[in-house]
Design a protein around this ligand. Structure first.
Ligand code: KG4
Ligand code: ZN
Length: 347
């Protein structure tokens, strides 16, 4: 199959997205339907998310096909996020794709959500090719990888508790900023002074060596608790409102400092000066600026545009293009898995 036309669907969390990709570069159609009914809850309500996805999935795929101006009969292969994610949401996309692949007698492949995030940047910039250091930072995962080649991933470190995006969301909830929290915290942090309520940078201490198991690992829950304590003190003193920008700035500083330091350690020890970001937290411009400033002069940082950093089906199609070209296929017995292990992890 040279330059196959792939139809991909992504429904791992609260978004519903469909994409049509020709080969590995030509995005012919791409629709992302986001849900705003979770804002008041400070997080995604799984049952609400999956029911809404069931209502819109047909329309989202139809719109993507209309954008691409291709009939569904021309699709060569289907792809879908099979995990990790919210099980009810994953099932909506997986069942849709299985039914379409079966009815049209086409192959389909289930894709790991974080592997898809790894491919997001390559859709926009063909120089974002391995080898590179990858920092994947989403609402559910925080992974630091060395990508030898597509499909060969060395896991250097990961979060030991909350994911980076989850920490932004939980801190935003503490500060009364709604969901998703990342964009709100980043916006407010610009107006805040990070030194007014400083928080220490987690998992970074002098004398850490590569052989220490906390050298690349990350943690966000202690930082979140530190914010909670400060919020309680300020509330008791009656003075939280004016401090929210300063707390946002201090939290963001500590969180991003941890992410940057761990990434730069991977750059130093691998000798590889190319860094690729992926996942919703990659939308954070302060993170990109900080990394760019601290990379060696010949370093290269690849940051996906916000549409390809947050959940989307285009990245799923791009990852599927790679896996289909290797002859991989999924069977109709494929199940959605809330906790699917990342493929291609090597020691
Ligand atoms: O990758 P993604 O769209 O969904 C998951 O796979 O989880 O990531 C969503 C996460 C949310 O936690 C959201 O708060 C975070 O990405 N996020 C940000 C920013 N924009 C989105 N975090 C920090 N700064 C941002 N500008
Ligand atoms: Zn994601």
């Amino acid at each position: 199959m040279s330059d196959p036309l792939i139809l991909a669907v992504e429904t791992s969390c609260d978004d519903t997205s469909a994409a049509l990709l020709r080969g590995d570069r030509h995005l012919l159609g791409h629709v992302i339907a986001t849900q705003d009914m979770h804002a008041g809850f400070g997080g995604v309500v799984p049952e609400v998310a999956s029911r809404a996805q069931l209502r819109v999935i047909d329309a989202v795929v139809e719109q993507a096909l209309a954008q691409a101006a291709v009939p569904i009969g021309q699709v060569d292969a289907f792809a879908v996020t099979a995990g990790p994610g919210l099980i009810g949401s994953l099932l909506v996309g997986l069942n849709w794709v299985k039914a379409a692949a079966y009815a049209l007698d086409r192959p389909f492949i289930g894709i790991h959500h974080m592997e898809a995030h790894l491919f997001g940047t390559a859709l926009e910039d063909e120089r974002a090719q391995p080898p590179f250091v990858a920092l994947l930072v989403s609402g559910g995962h925080t992974l630091l990888l060395f990508v030898d080649a597509w499909g060969r991933y060395r896991l250097l470190g990961q979060t030991r508790d909350d994911a980076a995006g989850e920490a932004f969301d939980k801190v935003a909830k503490l500060l009364g900023l709604g969901y998703p929290g990342g964009p709100a915290i980043e916006r407010l942090a610009h107006a805040g002074d990070p030194t007014r309520h400083p928080f220490s940078v987690p998992m970074v201490r002098p004398g850490q060596q590569e052989e220490h198991d906390d050298y690349y690992d990350m943690s966000f829950s202690g930082l979140k608790t530190a914010v909670l304590m400060r919020v309680r003190e300020l509330k008791a003193g009656g003075g939280l409102a004016d401090e929210v920008p300063h707390l946002s700035a201090a939290f963001q500083h500590a969180a991003l400092e941890q992410l940057s330091e761990k990434t730069l350690r991977a750059v130093r020890s691998s000798g590889c000066r190319r860094v690729v970001l992926g996942g919703g937290v990659a939308c954070n411009r302060t993170l990109a600026e900080r990394l760019r400033r601290r990379l060696p002069p010949d370093g290269e940082l690849f940051v996906p545009s916000p549409r390809l950093a947050t959940d989307n089906a285009a990245m799923v199609a791009r990852a599927a293009c790679f896996r289909l070209a290797r002859g991989e296929r999924s069977g109709l017995d494929l199940n959605a898995q809330a906790d699917l292990p990342m493929p291609g992890i090597i020691d």
